[in-house]
Ligand binder design. Sequence first.
Ligand code: G3P
Ligand code: CA
Length: 276
Amino acid sequence: MTLARQHPIQVVAHRGASEEAPEHTLAAYRKAIEDGADALECDVRLTADGHLVCVHDRRVNRTSNGRGAVSALELADLAALDFGSWKAREALRSRDEEPDWEFRPEDREQTSVLTLERLLELVADAGRRVELAVETKHPTRWAGQVEERLLHLLKRFGLDAPPDPAESPVRVMSFSARSLHRVRTAAPTLPTVYLTQFVSPRLRDGRLPAGVGIAGPSIRIVRSHPAYVERLKRAGHGVHVWTVNEPADVELCVGLGVDAIITNRPRAVLRQLGRR
Ligand code: G3P
Ligand code: CA
């Protein structure tokens, strides 16, 4: 079904085009860009030697052929791992149609660990505007180092101080209000997104932590409390919903007028929105 809307909802590729390609790899982000995603979502963690890498879990066990916590491994250790084969095996097991993404073991770069720096280069070379939503993971453990490194890197790419926050190609997301506070203190014009999995009584009236402009509720919250989205919008906040993969949920988000849909299936969502 094609859904008409006055202002296009932004389609954000969650961990890249992660339904088809292995999450957080160059392959997944290249595919998302090819598919037409407006923005890319990525989680960042610090390695033992201080590099920001795009990995969701605390440990690398699920998404690579290695073991151990990202924070205990150096970038060189991570670079020796394969972050793609698990997905190729999963695709072989579960697919009833030809996959759109093909695992090529000879192309190591597409499935090795991805640094945030490399992802920023990819976005800079995309040939069109592609936004980036960076999520800080486990920022408490590092007491500000994740944010510091992130802002340092964004500065190198000229992205840390957008003159108009509404036009910023980068935003920082977190479940941690403290992490977002650190970002706002050091980079006051960089937009921040407060992610929530549950609506706590404190947030029910649509208020967000001070200075945060965008709410990031889970699709579960949106399904069970659609009025919460109305409240957020009335309070003047942007609403970015994750992780929206089912057509009925896309329709719900469109109906509620959310600003961004964060999805593992950017191509399918763009098609549903009539944009492909
Ligand atoms: O985009 C927000 C979403 O990614 C938060 O959940 O666990 O997938 O990082 P998670
Ligand atoms: Ca995330």
